[in-house]
Design a protein around this ligand. Structure first.
Ligand code: ATP
Length: 346
């Protein structure tokens, strides 16, 4: 049944701005969110993520196409008549109201009586671990606390879908990571469908059940994070999601041994002494020079210069497994499984 399984469906949604459609922000986008999933729209700045969110919220109308919520056509419906709330990056709290009044706002507008309002606002505040902050005003809160108030306010009347537009963008890295964990927990405990907009691939990959990668107004690929990472459908996805070695044309023939376009993830390449035994069946090897070594926290990044000007990036975590000859300017052998050089169309 559409009512129970599909939270959001966008069909051939196009959005143009300007006279005569000078900017096409979205180009025939199809997107389906299942009820209760944590879904992210991941893409670079200007790719159309926010526009899609605003269309689903009802702040904008599509130029063409159709938007359904829980199986119902809402394309022409006003925002307040959709069972959806949005959390913005700047929180948009009312400065003259207390935390509790901010959180209860949607209920006040709907005429819910005070005792129930208070009870539900307190419950929402407890959900985001802000019990005891009800009487404060927003200017007496930290950035992370304000973000939680914005979340509580959006959750207070239990929308079917919560739209989150770069909600953690204003927070420092540490707080951001804490809030990522909290958001994910919140989604799991409430069972509400979350649609998160982000340009941060790590955020999208770690938090989501599924991700859609957006580029230039189109969805390039939709799938679970691991699938998008391991099997990118296009060269854009391979390059945008994680770091990769993209080899095309002559470089593919030289390095991979086949024509076409291929992606090899840096952590899939091993380093060996050139004097070591030749590779096994199903393995591929090339020899190059170590041009650079950078210790980047969890892994060490090697830049290897191959003959003909090709360069490969290699990530290794365990430095103990490296050949002792792995020093800057040294000759080194690169080895990978042939199946780890996967073809990327587009
Ligand atoms: P960011 O991550 O920077 O917020 P985004 O992926 O959310 O980017 P959008 O804000 O959806 O991208 O913008 C997509 C395209 O549509 C951009 O080229 C943008 O300039 C254009 N655009 C968005 N809103 C309008 C508008 N109201 N009028 C004209 N052009 C617009």
């Amino acid at each position: 049944m559409a009512e129970t399984e599909e939270a959001v469906r966008c069909t051939a949604v196009t959005k143009e701005f300007g006279t005569g459609g000078t900017v096409r922000a979205l180009d025939a986008v199809d997107l389906t969110l299942r009820a209760g999933e944590f879904f992210s729209l991941l893409g670079p700045s200007g790719s159309g993520k926010t526009t899609l969110l605003r269309l689903i919220a009802g702040f904008e109308r599509p130029t063409r196409g159709r938007i359904e919520l829980a199986g119902r056509d809402v394309t022409a419906l006003a925002p307040h008549r959709r069972d959806v709330h949005t959390v913005f990056q700047d929180y948009a709290l009312f400065p003259h109201m207390t935390v509790e009044q901010n959180v209860a706002y949607a209920l006040t507008v709907r005429g819910v009586r005070k005792p129930e309002r208070t009870a539900r606002a307190r419950e929402a505040l407890a959900t985001v671990r802000l019990d005891g902050f009800a009487a404060r005003r927003p200017d007496a809160l930290s950035g992370g606390q304000r973000q939680r108030v914005a979340l509580a306010r959006a959750l207070v009347d239990r929308p079917a879908v919560l739209l989150l537009d770069e909600p953690l963008g204003a927070l420092d890295l540490r707080l951001r990571q804490e809030m990522q964990t909290e958001l994910k927990e919140l989604q799991r405990t409430t069972g509400i469908t979350f649609l998160l907009v982000t340009h941060d691939q790590e955020e999208a990959l770690t938090m989501s059940d599924r991700v859609a990668v957006v580029s230039d107004g189109r969805i390039e690929q939709t799938g679970p994070p691991l699938e998008v990472y391991e099997r990118p459908a296009t060269a854009f996805v391979a390059g945008f999601v994680g770091t990769t070695n993209l080899l095309r044309g002559e470089a593919a023939v030289r390095v991979v041994g086949r024509p076409g376009a291929y992606s090899i993830r840096p952590e899939r390449i091993r380093l060996a002494d050139p004097a070591d035994a030749p590779p096994l069946d199903g393995e591929r090897t090339v020899t190059g020079r170590i041009a650079d070594i950078v210790h980047a926290g969890a892994h060490t990044r090697f830049t290897i210069a191959l003959p003909h000007g090709d360069r490969l990036t290699v990530h290794r975590q365990n430095l103990a497994e490296l050949p002792p000859t792995a020093r800057p300017e040294a000759e080194i052998r690169l080895v990978w499984d042939e199946k780890d050089a996967f073809p990327v169309p587009g």
